[in-house]
Design a binder for this molecule. Structure first.
Ligand code: PSV
Ligand code: MN
Length: 428
């Protein structure tokens, strides 16, 4: 029997053969259009290919809500299966050469992780620590918090876990740690806001002290959940304050879904970049709260506006970690992650073709309408042929989801992997 991953080359070749003529026609038409604007198609394709985004190991399994989880067929049984799925995503979409791991969800065996990554041609992005759940056999519970807990023993345990994440990360070639804690309160008066932050900071300093000199630590904020009244690191202001208190190797991570629905996230991104404290992203989309829906699924225009700020920060020399953080409840996670990587690239490509001179002139003239239309002109441009060509030039698929379905990968792994249990709710 053909090994699941070995099904991809033929599927990509057959799918591309069927689509190649139509793709070339579309690419030629777009080339003509962009040419009129003085934009060179090959330069754009190179820039698009250089934009990569890490996939989250935890996103390869079917996610769930607080109410239930409905696993799909062929769910990965362990981190090695997850990495196989990540390799599929990258081989088809060519946008995600790195994986972001989460510990202890992804075990504690750096050698096995590194070997598997090397065998699949995958690298590792920021590692994430989990001190928002208890693990079997754990000495102290995180029920009432972790880094900000009233008990020094709990805080020490959470710090030790973060230091272990750094150790594993070093062994697998990662160079950043993302810290998100669910610490907070459900009741006014449950904890003292100031004392809680003070304890958090002291614990975060102990983690920071264990950072290798060439590492960064990303502080991820989130408005609410699991705590509903107050959260210790609830907004970009707190994140900035913490990252500033820690030092130069600490930066802020913006998870797109971690803000109130009407908040101007692109402006937060711009502010953090201005302050030199923007470290990276967790891309996803949301309708109401931290929905963790697929990137660009709800508000692609906002993703585009965020990408403009990303591009602007990168043009000023900032190095940003682009990662996806999604929960796939009703789709095949591999397909969702392929499409999400492409959506991020699409918005990045649209940001690349913004007529910046026209925009600057409109701003100088206080011509709000022209300014807005200039952005929309880029956003309305169908850049799909550029994305497809970037994939094609790196041996990927013109239409990665079509090639994935043609490959029969999901059915092949379903035959090999144990069926997952759907019992219980909870996050991915
Ligand atoms: C919290 O909602 C979060 O965004 C953090 O990044 C966690 O690490 C991840 O989701 C866990 O699913
Ligand atoms: Mn996140």
């Amino acid at each position: 029997m053909t090994a699941p991953l070995d099904r991809l080359p033929d599927a990509i070749a057959a799918s591309n053969a069927a689509l190649r003529d139509a793709h070339q026609y579309d690419l030629d038409a777009l080339t003509t259009k962009l040419d009129r604007r003085g934009l060179d198609i090959d330069t754009l394709i190179d820039q698009i290919a250089a934009f990569t985004i890490a996939v989250p190991s935890w996103g390869t399994g079917t996610g769930g809500t607080r109410f239930a989880r409905f696993p799909g067929p062929g769910e990965p049984a362990d981190i090695l299966d997850k990495l196989d799925d990540c390799a599929v995503i990258h081989r088809l979409g060519r946008a995600s050469p790195r994986v972001s791991l989460h510990f202890p969800w992804d075990g504690d065996d750096p050698d096995a992780l590194r070997q598997k990554g090397d065998a699949l041609g995958l690298g590792f992005d920021a590692v994430n620590s989990n001190t928002f759940q208890d693990q079997p056999g754990q000495a102290h519970s995180y029920k009432h918090g972790s880094l900000s807990h009233v008990s020094a023993e709990v805080r020490d345990q959470a710090v030790a876990h973060n230091l272990r994440c750094i150790e594993i990360g070093r062994a697998i070639g990662a160079d950043a740690l993302t810290v998100w804690v669910g610490d907070g309160t459900n009741f006014p008066g449950q904890q003292d806001f100031t004392a809680q932050l003070d304890r958090y900071l002291e614990a975060a300093q102990a983690i920071y002290a264990g950072l290798p000199y060439d590492w960064r630590v990303f502080i991820e904020h989130k408005i609410y959940e699991p705590a509903f009244y107050s959260t210790v690191v609830q907004d970009w202001g707190s994140s900035f304050l913490i990252a500033s208190a820690l030092g130069d190797q600490a930066q802020c991570l913006v998870d797109l879904g971690h803000h109130a629905p009407t908040v101007n996230v692109e402006m937060i991104v711009a502010r953090l970049a201005f302050a030199g404290k923007l470290g990276g992203f967790h891309f996803n989309d949301s309708k109401y709260g931290d929905d963790d829906l697929d990137s660009g699924a709800i508000d692609p225009y906002r993703l585009f506006l965020v990408m403009r700020e990303v591009l602007s920060a990168e043009r000023r020399g900032m190095t940003l970690a682009h990662m996806i953080d999604q929960s796939h409840n009703v789709t095949d996670p591999i397909e969702s992650l392929i499409v999400s990587g492409a959506e991020a690239r699409r918005c990045y490509a649209q940001a690349l073709i913004v007529d910046e001179d026209r925009l600057v002139a409109a701003q100088a003239d206080n011509d709000a309408l022209t300014a807005s239309e200039t952005l929309k002109a880029a956003f309305r441009t169908d850049v799909e042929p550029l994305l497809a060509e970037a994939r094609l030039r790196s041996s990927g698929a013109i239409d990665p989801v079509a090639a994935f379905r043609r490959s029969g990968y999901r059915a092949a792994v379903t035959a090999l992997r144990p069926a997952a249990s759907g019992a219980g709710g909870g996050i991915v």
